[in-house]
Design a protein around this ligand. Structure first.
Ligand code: BGC
Length: 760
């Protein structure tokens, strides 16, 4: 009787909210109503149903992690019917999604709809550049638009939750997942995190073409020791607060609905079991009221880490620490109900976790209409549209970085030239899709060869050269890099010999970076370096087009090859973007979001390093901070990138009114001193000269992407406030410390203008 009454109440509230939703279709449901609905739903849920909400099952195939010991499709279907599943991942396409959603909504007792998660990392079907490449655009509007398009396509295929943005700051190019983030800088990374969250979540989460975002991997994963995947992380609180956490905090402030915890341990505690990170910082410190999902099976991994003796203990540690949802670990679903019933785990923890999950479902409007995310017609119309292709092409062009252009070899002349195009990757329609492309059809990228073929005024002679890898390439397995088969060398050299310009496309395959793909060698893989040197012997007019998901150590190339273009993996429209830049139909403006090293031994290398007590060689002896065998400077610095025009910075002025209104204003002039229109990312860095703790030599605190016609000058200004001038001290207090500051302005972290100011 009591249960019936509660059920009736729940139905009435849901009905009211449904009517309300139609009345105020564009406004987000009021917080108060949602909280009431959560409370009344919690009252009628059994412990098993509550635990069910905390259970995230993979679809019916295994993707990025080991298969669970038990829990095949039959069990999953049964659990869906029982209301023991809160969310699923890797179920996609409206047909498939609606099938599982229908079981949850129509066959389970309470009909609570499912979250449908997916790794929509840089596009769904129409792929944008890999996130690191997008970050090289420093174009926040374009990055937001890219996430918007990804959300439109994914939502039309039934997905309502993406496991993105990945906001891990990393200084170590050995770590394969740097391709998935925004690079090494917390300031740039924070702004990009906000842009991506806004793009995915849109203005109204209740809209059918917006999806919940997930800031991952919280936290420290980018600092995996020695760049080795899934490795231990041991960092001090200063690095944690000043470098690792800012993009997460920015995402939280932008309203991101979910967080994913990270596989690593942090200072001895695996994050899934870290109360410090998940409760003290995230939930209590930042008032985050969404939920935290574990990474794939990371609850089970508490056993391998050696802090839980069995799954029972793992479940207890995880829920106590604030991990709300178990991704394909089968730990909560199998252990948690008993732990609650026998009093080992407080039911308050259960209710808190479930409330958080239900909140996101309400905020998405899933209870109003669980089937609103797409239908077959929408899905076909929206995925892969012409407009989306144009948009990812635009993003791809903006992501390209011109690293070097001696003798103005670029842009290429459009007529009367013989161009040799060389490299296995130039003819590859799969590699440009990167490693996160689960919903995209294979071989659907425009190859660089195809892009170049659109320009008909020259003679284009293509030669593959040696293969980059042998066999097949897949998301799950290591690539078998070719280090022995030299066939292709002779013909490639022959093709290069008589060309006016040789365009060589070399670098990493898309499946050489990403999850599970750490490397200890950052040079061109396989036989490609040898090929480059052999071609150079017969023709030095080389344009090297790099494909890669991380900074590479291309020291020989940087010394010998006149022109180098960083073209990453640029997604579906790769070939068109590269060709338009090479032929000058698009003037490149990308800037590196990560430092390029001279060799792998310099890892980790980053621009905002500490000066040390012995920064320079004063007495011509060895006792200063350096290496004996290689220059300590980078090969290409953070923020570097050229254009077909050039820019001049002048007239810096500082207006310091910090004492009265907590602001310092900086102004300067930027002039396009070249012959063509171009865009420049003007960058502002500061240095807190004397601090209570050591401070970085430079920190990015402002940038603006400016377009200028040839000869045009623009005055640019930035305002620095507490937010830019302060930092976390070793007591984790955010403070602006009085004293002397320097500021630096320029087109890269190797700045050209300098000024000083003082905070009294
Ligand atoms: C990755 C996550 C990803 C998840 C689901 C894990 O292996 O670390 O970033 O979202 O798989 O595919």
């Amino acid at each position: 009787m009591f249960l019936k009454y509660k059920l009736l109440l729940f139905v009435i509230i849901t009905l009211f909210s449904y009517l309300g939703h139609n009345f105020y279709a564009q406004s987000s449901p009021s917080t108060l109503i949602i909280e009431k609905k959560i409370d009344s739903l919690l009252e009628i849920m059994t412990i098993e149903e509550k635990v069910g909400q905390m259970n995230l099952y993979n679809g019916f195939w295994n993707v990025t992690g080991p298969a669970p010991e038990f829990g095949g499709a039959a069990t999953k279907y049964e659990h869906l019917k029982n209301g023991w599943v809160g969310a699923m991942l890797n179920v996609r396409g409206t047909e498939e999604v609606n099938k599982v959603q229908r079981i949850a909504v129509e066959e389970s007792r309470l009909g609570i709809p499912l979250l449908i998660g997916f790794d929509v990392i840089h596009g769904y079907k129409t792929l944008s550049p890999i996130p690191l490449a997008e970050s090289a655009s420093w174009d926040l509007k374009a990055i937001e638009q890219s996430a918007r398009i990804a959300a439109i396509e994914a939502s039309s295929a039934g997905i309502n939750w993406t496991f993105a943005p990945m906001v891990d700051v990393s200084r170590d190019a050995r770590w394969g997942r740097v391709m998935e983030g925004a690079g090494e800088d917390p300031f740039l990374g924070s702004l990009i995190a906000i842009a991506r969250v806004n793009g995915f979540q849109g203005d109204y989460l209740t809209d059918a073409n917006t999806i919940a975002a997930c800031a991952k991997h919280f936290a420290g994963y980018g600092f995996a020791e020695a760049g080795k995947e899934y490795n231990t992380v041991d960092v001090g609180l200063s690095t944690l607060y000043n470098t690792i956490l800012p993009p997460f905090k920015a995402a939280e402030e932008a309203g991101v609905k979910t967080f994913m915890n990270s596989f690593n341990d942090l200072n001895g505690v695996p994050v899934t079991a870290s109360t410090f990170l998940q409760r003290d910082i995230l939930k209590d410190g930042w008032d985050f009221n969404g939920f935290v999902v574990s990474d794939w099976a990371s609850m089970n991994e508490l056993i391998s880490w050696g802090i839980a003796k069995d799954k029972k203990e793992a479940a207890k540690l995880a829920i106590t620490a604030g991990s709300d949802m178990d991704m394909e670990g089968h730990v909560y679903i199998n252990e948690l109900a008993d732990l609650i019933k026998n009093g080992t785990v407080d039911v308050k923890l259960l209710n808190d976790a479930v409330s958080r999950i239900l909140r996101v479902k309400y905020e998405l409007g899933l209870f109003d209409n669980p089937y609103k995310y797409g239908n077959k017609i929408d899905e076909e119309k929206r995925t892969g549209s012409q407009a989306h292709h144009e948009s990812v092409l635009d993003m791809a062009k903006k992501s390209i970085v011109l690293l070097k252009n001696e003798n103005n070899l670029l842009p290429l002349k459009k007529e009367g030239q013989t161009i040799a195009l060389i490299g296995d990757l130039a003819n590859d329609k799969s590699s440009p899709l990167g490693s996160w492309r689960l919903a995209s059809d294979d071989e659907t990228a425009v190859s660089i060869l195809e892009g170049m073929q659109n320009y008909k005024g020259n003679t284009l002679n293509f030669n593959n050269g040696p293969e980059v890898f042998k066999g097949t390439s897949t998301f799950l397995k290591e690539l078998d890099i070719n280090t022995t088969d030299y066939s292709g060398f002779k013909d490639a050299i022959e093709t290069a010999k008589n060309a006016d310009v040789v365009v060589m496309v070399l670098g990493e395959h898309g499946f050489q970076s990403g999850e599970g793909r750490s490397r200890t060698n950052l040079e061109l893989p396989g036989l490609q370096q040898e090929l480059l040197e052999k071609v150079y012997e017969v023709n030095q007019n080389i344009v090297l087009v790099l494909n890669n998901g991380r900074p590479l150590a291309i020291t020989w190339a940087a010394e010998h090859i006149p022109t180098i273009v960083e073209a990453w993996q640029l997604g579906t429209e790769t070939g068109n973007a590269v060709a338009q830049v090479l032929y000058g139909d698009y003037n490149p403006s990308g800037k590196l979001p990560m430092t390029f090293p001279r060799n792998v031994g310099q890892m980790p290398i980053y621009y905002n390093y500490k000066n040390t007590g012995r920064p320079t060689d004063k007495d011509n002896n060895v006792f200063y901070s350096h290496y004996s065998d290689v220059d300590k400077t980078p090969l290409f610095v953070f923020g570097h990138g050229l254009s077909y025009t050039s820019f001049e910075y002048s007239n810096v002025t500082v207006t310091n009114t910090y004492g009265s209104n907590s602001e310092v204003t900086v102004a300067f002039d930027l002039k396009n001193v070249g012959q063509v229109t171009g865009k420049e990312v003007a960058q502002l860095y500061i240095r807190d000269s004397v601090g209570s703790v050591t401070r970085p030599v430079k920190e990015l605190k402002g940038f603006e992407l400016v377009e200028l016609d040839a000869g045009e000058t623009k005055s640019i200004s930035f305002t620095l406030t507490e937010k830019e001038l302060g930092f976390y001290n070793n007591e984790q207090q955010f403070k602006v410390e009085p004293g002397d500051f320097k500021l630096f302005i320029g087109g890269s972290s190797e700045t050209v203008l300098e000024a000083n100011f003082k905070i009294e």
